[in-house]
Design a protein around this ligand. Structure first.
Ligand code: 5GP
Length: 317
């Protein structure tokens, strides 16, 4: 059981040995270091709250981290702060929950008693159940996720290191970028040809992405590979993932998550090539994309490309 007095201070348990100054106060250098640590701890707690608010992590995941390491930034978070980070909990609801669960508003997550932990966990599970892994596996795997999360890189890694998995090649109306090869990266087609493919039922799904160009998954190669007993991976957008689910409810849908909201923002706006309005639009899109992850069977965090790729490939077996 952690000592809640220790947790109620910003400084870690093992504060440096202090040599009292003239008035018995710690020397200036200690106070500066302590205040820096306090600022860093606050910043880390703010980042975690954003991760919950933007649904990059579930409230249960934050609670697990807090309980596993009570002196971590998650553990040091006060329960009311934690609750209001959860979408759909305002101040009124927060106070009712604290009252019902008999948790004092000064409590930190890492300092909760065992009964309080159980009650809080139970409350979260009853309101926001975490998705359960599906029973049985399909060999048709769909990889989707928010803009800029790195789906393309993960898919390319799977293609290179797991040749037994067929990475579907989509048709698109956008022009090739330098280095892109017709038939390898995409089938580059014009609008008339794309319309024909739709009319002839050649596409398993298709969508207009980023309000710009059309993309679609050719049905033929997928059906052939599945019939041969191979696993097929589609790296497509959310609209496409939903259509595949409709067409084949047994398909396995995998949602790729960023390691944190701040990291996704960095990847989205980091290049600084977009104006403020475009950046704001992308962030709004990413937020609503993250909100759809409940429709997916599995979630994989893209903290490291090779690791994420291996996790997706494992789901294929
Ligand atoms: P890019 O033009 O940068 O290669 O891809 C843009 C977006 O199109 C990516 O989010 C990618 O997942 C999506 N995309 C690529 N192929 C398909 C497809 O066949 N269907 C759908 N619905 N989206 C696709």
């Amino acid at each position: 059981m952690p000592d809640s007095r220790t947790l109620d201070q910003e400084t870690p348990d093992k504060a440096p040995t202090r040599i009292p100054g003239a008035q018995g106060r710690p020397p200036e250098v200690d106070r500066v270091a302590a205040s820096r640590r306090a600022v860093a701890a606050r910043r880390e707690r703010a980042a975690l709250k954003k991760d919950v608010a933007m649904r990059v992590i579930t409230p249960q995941e934050l609670l697990r981290r807090a309980l596993a390491e009570p002196t971590s930034p998650a553990g040091a978070m006060r329960v009311p702060e934690f609750l209001t980070a959860i979408p759909a909990i305002g101040e009124g609801k927060r106070d009712r929950i604290l009252h019902d669960l008999e948790i004092s508003p000064v409590k930190r997550l890492g300092g909760l008693g065992s009964r309080q932990r159980e009650d809080l966990r139970h409350f979260l599970d009853s309101r926001w159940p975490e998705p359960e892994p599906r029973a049985g596996r399909s060999r048709l795997i769909v990889l989707a996720g928010p803009t800029a999360v790195g789906k393309g890189t993960v898919a390319a890694h799977i293609k290179q290191h797991h040749p037994e998995i067929l990475l579907s090649v989509s048709a698109t109306t956008r022009a090739p970028r330098p280095g892109e090869v017709h038939g390898e990266h995409y089938f580059f087609v014009d609008d008339a040809e794309f319309d024909r493919m739709i009319a002839d039922g050649e596409l398993l799904e298709h969508a207009t992405v980023h309000n710009a160009y059309r993309y679609g998954t050719p049905r033929g190669p997928i059906e052939k590979a599945l019939a041969e007993g191979r696993t097929v991976l589609l790296e497509i957008d959310l609209q496409g993932a939903r259509q595949v689910r409709e067409a084949d409810p047994s398909a396995t849908l995998v949602f790729l998550l960023p390691p944190s909201w701040d990291e996704l923002v960095q990847r989205l706006v980091g290049r600084g090539t977009e104006d403020a309005a475009e950046r704001a639009r992308r962030l709004r899109t990413a937020k609503s994309e993250l909100a759809s992850q409940g429709e997916f069977d599995y979630r994989v965090v893209n903290d490291d490309v090779a690791h994420a790729a291996d996790e997706v490939a494992r789901l294929a077996r």
